[in-house]
Design a protein around this ligand. Structure first.
Ligand SMILES: NC(=O)c1ccc[n+]([C@@H]2O[C@H](COP(=O)([O-])OP(=O)(O)OC[C@H]3O[C@@H](n4cnc5c(N)ncnc54)[C@H](O)[C@@H]3O)[C@@H](O)[C@H]2O)c1
Length: 264
């Protein structure tokens, strides 16, 4: 039984988009569990600050790598640095992504849709390809951060839903292929987790923010947002403990998809 706090000790985890939000939760929870964590984002200052905070705790080591996941050469560099530094990869968390403002399809250009597909889907596709040779050696696992709306749909979010639907389906297909290599591939589909992405989507003024936040809370039967720590904990459970799951869409939603309409 490995139920200790250090249950991912000696492992190496890559987290994309790890400087903020759900990715930050993953970096912190995996490092606390003893894993070395290589994480990337585009903003160097945010990344370095989190790297310092995590390393000051003296658990698993955090290493920030500046990388735009839309760029294949930068993803290659991310994997090379990970292998040069730690020599192995046990878990890949494809988390980086973006939800554009809500608009009808007439307001999205084809170029908007393609660019979002590059960011939310192809980054994960490429990184899976780059990491699989290493994951097969460790019999490791992949966690792809999708979204509840990838299967449910969402008003004025055709491009976003398409990217997440693609990621969920891709993950299931890859899970079938990689089972023979003992690499598990799972999906986490968050509903509403309070992150900078959510904050940016709400009005800037205090009243608008309060109203938007309250409406966001009401979408869950649990009547609150999820936290980045809860997100990291679900990913750690999948990576470290849930060793008989593959191709599973793990819903992280406080029951948002249950029932119809406003919950409370
Ligand atoms: N927060 C939610 O309620 C929610 C719900 C469903 C799905 N998700 C998904 O979870 C993931 C994380 O969302 P979040 O809310 O934490 O977002 P966030 O905006 O708060 O954080 C996103 C992270 O990704 C990084 N990032 C963005 N573009 C990047 C790029 N091109 N290259 C490298 N890094 C990049 C950012 O720097 C940041 O670290 C996303 O894929 C999002 O679609 C979030």
């Amino acid at each position: 039984m490995s139920s200790s706090n250090k249950r991912y000790e000696g492992k190496v985890t890559i987290v994309t988009g790890g400087s903020k939000g759900i990715g930050q939760g993953c970096v912190e929870v995996f490092a606390e569990a003893g894993s070395n964590v290589v994480f990337c984002a585009r903003n160097e200052a945010d990344g370095k600050a989190l790297e310092d905070r995590v390393n000051a705790l003296g658990n698993g080591r955090a290493l920030f790598v500046k990388c735009d996941v839309s760029k294949e050469d930068e993803l290659k560099r991310l994997v090379e640095i990970t292998i040069d530094t730690f020599g192995r990869i046990d878990c890949l968390i494809n988390n980086a992504g973006w939800h554009p403002p809500h608009l009808p399809i007439s307001e999205f250009s084809v170029d908007d849709a393609r660019k979002l597909m590059d960011l939310n889907f192809f980054s994960a596709f490429i990184l899976c390809k780059l990491c699989l040779p290493h994951l097969r050696k460790t019999q490791g696992n992949i966690i792809n951060m999708s979204s509840l709306v990838g299967i449910q749909g969402q008003r004025c979010a055709t491009t976003y839903c398409a990217t997440k639907g693609a990621l969920t389906s891709f993950s299931k297909a890859l899970a079938i292929e990689e089972a023979a290599n003992k690499v598990r591939v799972n999906i986490v589909s968050p509903g509403n987790v309070w992150t900078p992405l959510w904050r940016e989507a709400l009005p800037e003024d205090e009243k608008g923010l309060k109203e938007g936040y309250a409406l966001g809370e009401k979408q869950q039967v649990m009547n609150r947002f999820g936290t980045i720590e809860e997100s990291g904990k679900l990913c750690l459970f999948i990576a470290a403990d849930a060793t008989f799951t593959t191709g599973v869409d793990h819903i992280l939603s406080g029951g948002a998809e249950l029932g119809y309409g406003v919950k409370i």
